[in-house]
Each structure stands twice: as C-alpha cells, then as structure tokens.
Design a protein around this ligand. Structure first.
Ligand code: HEC
Length: 202
C-alpha cells in the first residue's frame, strides 16, 4: 500500500501542482495582460484628460481655455508688422530695464548671437553676411542717425516682428533679452558719437 502522506510524495505533488499552475498561467498573447490584480489601480474611475466624457456637450474631458487666456508669466504682444503699429509700440512700450553692466553684457551676448552677422560689430550694417556677399540686402545701420531717433518700443517692435525684408526674432529671443538688446543698441549709438580714439571697443 502506497503512503500518500509520505513527505517525499507531498513535496512532489506540491511541485507538480505549482508547475501546472505556472504553465497554465502563461499566455502567448502579449497584448493581453491576463487577469488584473487590483483592477481599480489599472483603470482609473476618474475621467482621464483625453478620454470621452458624457457630461459635457462636446464629449471631451479637457476643457477649452476661456478666450483671452494667456499662459502664466506670458505678456501678450498685441502689435502687427506694419509702420503704424511700430509707431504705436514706440509710444506705448517702456523698457523695464535700465543700463547696468549686467544688462549690457546680456544685451551684447544676444546681439553677438543674433544680429552681428548682418548689422556688424558696431551696428553699421556691415556684418559679415552682407560684406561677404552672402546676404544681398543692405541691413540698416543701428548706430546711424535714423536708428538713434527710433524709440525703444520701435526697436523692440522691430526685433520682435521684423521689418520689411528683415525677419522676426520674437520666437528666438526672450522678451527680457530683447529689452536688454535695445539697451545695447543704445550703447552702440553712443559709442559712434564719441570722437575717434576715445571709443570703448569692449
Ligand atoms: C539676416 C540679416 C539680419 C539679421 C540677422 C538682423 N537684421 Fe535687422 N535688418 C536687416 C535688414 C536687411 C534691415 C532693413 C530692412 C528693410 O528696410 O527692408 C534691417 C533693419 C533693422 C532695423 C530697422 C532700423 C531702422 O532704421 O528702422 C532694426 C532696429 C534692426 N534691423 C535690428 C536688428 C536686431 C536688433 C537684430 C538682432 C536681433 C537684427 N536686426 C537682425 C537685416 C538683419
């Protein structure tokens, strides 16, 4: 008579049961997770951002922002690329920064990155791109009399939206940096007025 309760038999039977359980729990279909353990942790009872929502008329969970909504810390720029708008910007916009070594240094860095290629080291409109013939249109002088008469807001408008054949830089240069750039252009204009030899070429 076989003793079904012998320790060896119990171990073997347990092993066999576990083996069968393991094998039968395997699933070849990789797209099916099988049974869920704690399904409410997998499937949210709350509406997901992009899920359908029967509670709203348009069936979307995510709401459309109220018209006129702007992102945090974003100041809208409500001007258009035309001469009248530029004059308007000149009257309304005020440079929030004043001339310090820090703001000028930043302005210079931005100028060197984005403007020097066309407008040149001293802002005379003789940058490498134009001087070498790679860029056919003569950039206007930033240190000449015409540009010196421009208001801060007009220069800011020009940098942001571009002017005639010059492209817009509003998407590439942050607002604060555009204002610091205006300060640096003012500096270039001052330098030009100084008698030759006393100019600070830094
Ligand atoms: C690809 C060359 C190019 C680059 C880069 C460029 N500009 Fe210009 N810029 C021009 C040209 C060309 C004009 C003249 C546009 C016209 O009159 O059609 C001009 C005009 C201007 C004017 C108008 C001056 C006036 O008397 O009304 C200002 C201000 C100015 N640029 C500033 C800048 C600043 C600041 C930067 C750097 C962010 C810059 N530009 C980058 C080519 C360039």
């Amino acid at each position: 008579m076989i003793n079904i309760y012998s320790p060896g038999r119990i171990i073997k039977t347990t092993f066999l049961v576990f083996l069968l359980m393991n094998l039968s729990s395997c699933n070849r279909d990789r797209n099916n997770p099988g049974w869920d353990y704690f399904p409410d942790m997998f499937y949210s009872t709350a509406y997901e951002t992009y899920s359908k929502n029967p509670n709203f008329e348009n069936g979307m969970t995510m709401r459309v922002p109220v018209p006129g909504t702007v992102p945090r810390d974003f100041t809208p720029f409500e001007y258009t690329n035309d001469p009248e708008s530029r004059i308007k910007a000149g009257k309304e916009l005020v440079n929030p920064f004043s001339e310090t070594s820090e703001t000028l240094l930043r302005g210079k860095a931005v100028y060197t990155t984005f403007c020097i290629g066309c407008h040149g080291i001293e802002g005379k409109g003789d940058g490498h791109l134009f001087a070498s013939g790679l860029y056919p249109l003569k950039p206007l002088s930033l240190s000449g009399d015409t540009a010196a008469k421009l208001k801060d807001g007009e220069i800011f408008h020009t940098i942001t939206l571009g002017i005639r054949s010059m492209g817009a830089h509003g998407s590439q240069i942050r607002r604060d940096d555009r204002w610091k750039l205006v300060l640096y252009i003012r500096k270039l204009q001052e330098e030009v007025k100084k008698p030759v030899g006393t100019q600070n070429k830094k």
